[in-house]
Design a protein around this ligand. Structure first.
Ligand SMILES: [Zn+2]
Length: 395
């Protein structure tokens, strides 16, 4: 479905600012090599409110039901959420009987730190059955569905804290989603989201953030515009390291006057203004940067191949699929290693590139790290395997 209206202001004045051609669904790893279903992939910018959104929305049934991404596979992720938990408890004066909901709870990575601290009223919502089973088994009530009106009504005005990490960019019907959150949140409750940061993506040229699951790309500026429609407001923002650069945004109801707005909000908005986020200019630069990245990577591959060296990949995240498919580099890579057992023996969509849990040899000439946000962690863990680790976004 081509995206025709702005998700924030409903305007029809959308301008195409980037096209990555037709691409497969990045997270739908295949059991066999070869062709996958492909859909247009690109960005549109609203010329009224400057919200940035995906140009084409793929059917959600195809997107999330086979979701294999397990958050807890990464150690630094586990630590990140443990740290967040301590912070939230202190910041919002939570206690063991506070009601906490994590939307898109995955394998429970955001809830387990509360569980370990003996919190009693924890809830998750997770559409992927395999993942929701993991938390239900240990006794965290997890609804195996998308957030919906019926569930929101049942849990109306209940939660002290609602979190949604790496979810807000994925939701197609964001109005409905936000209405539901608003309904479930107590008047003095807090909604905390973590979302990949548009400004960082544009600045760094990390276009591998663009895949069909990310339907919207957020700045503080556009988030604020959007939340305004629901009488919600941002009262604090901070930068976090997950997914190569995200923001954690703290949101409350406007009627809640007890929580004061922190200076951070204004600071972010000012910086974004200086970056010209409310113009088309950063997108033009972004396009140029992607081409530079492509040239550097292809040159590097040519050099390696000229010396008859082999290349394997490390990490098969969704972003890897965008890079491999858009740069068409699959034929240069022998296979990809990924620690996630669920991905073993599967294929990167629309390629003949297989994913394995273990390398075929003890020594590898070159390892291209597609999960570049975990570059240091991966290199450290596998230093015996190769002398040459390449951060594909830092060549
Ligand atoms: Zn708009």
């Amino acid at each position: 479905m081509i995206s025709k209206k702005c998700r924030v202001c409903n305007s029809k004045s959308l301008k195409n600012v980037l096209s990555l051609g037709k691409q497969p669904l990045a997270n739908n790893l295949e059991n066999n090599p070869g062709r996958s279903l492909i859909y247009p992939l690109g960005l549109k910018l609203c010329t009224k409110c400057f919200n940035c959104q995906l140009s084409y929305i793929a059917p959600s049934k195809k997107l999330f039901d086979k979701y294999l991404y397990k958050s807890s596979i990464s150690n630094s992720f586990v630590k990140h959420f443990d740290f967040a938990c301590s912070k939230f408890i202190k910041y919002f004066n939570l206690n063991k009987y506070s009601y906490i909901l994590d939307i898109g709870s995955n394998d429970g990575i955001g809830l387990k730190p509360f569980y370990n601290r003996k919190y009693k009223n924890l809830f998750g919502i997770e559409p992927a059955k395999q993942l929701s089973n993991i938390t239900n088994r240990i006794g965290i009530k997890t609804y195996n569905c998308y957030l919906n009106k019926k569930l929101a009504k049942k849990k109306s005005n209940l939660f002290n804290l609602i979190t949604a990490s790496n979810v807000f960019a994925h939701v197609n019907d964001l109005n409905e989603f936000t209405r539901c959150v608003n309904n479930m949140l107590r008047a003095d409750g807090v909604f905390v989201i973590e979302v990949q940061y548009l400004v960082k993506m544009l600045k760094e040229g990390s276009f591998d953030n663009i895949y069909h699951e990310h339907v919207n790309f957020w700045s503080v500026y556009s988030l604020q515009n959007f939340l305004n429609n629901f009488n919600l407001e941002i009262f604090d923002v901070e930068q976090v390291q997950t997914h190569g650069g995200s923001i954690r945004v703290y949101i409350k109801k406007k009627i809640n006057k007890k929580i004061l707005k922190k200076k951070s909000v204004e600071n972010f908005l000012n910086k974004e203004k200086r970056f010209k986020i409310n113009t088309i200019y950063p997108y033009k630069k972004f396009k140029k940067l992607i081409n530079i990245r492509k040239k550097k990577l292809i040159d590097k591959i040519k050099k390696i191949k000229k010396n008859n060296n082999s290349i394997i990949g490390y990490g098969a995240p969704a972003k890897g699929s965008t890079i491999i498919n858009f740069f068409k580099i699959d034929r240069h890579i022998d296979y990809i290693i990924d620690d996630n057992i669920l991905k073993n023996k599967k294929f990167v969509p629309n390629t003949k590139l297989q994913i394995l849990n273990k390398p075929k040899k003890n020594k590898i000439d070159y390892i291209f790290v597609f999960a570049w946000n975990f570059f240091d962690e991966i290199r450290k863990k596998n230093k015996k395997l190769s002398k040459n680790f390449v951060n594909i976004f830092n060549i």
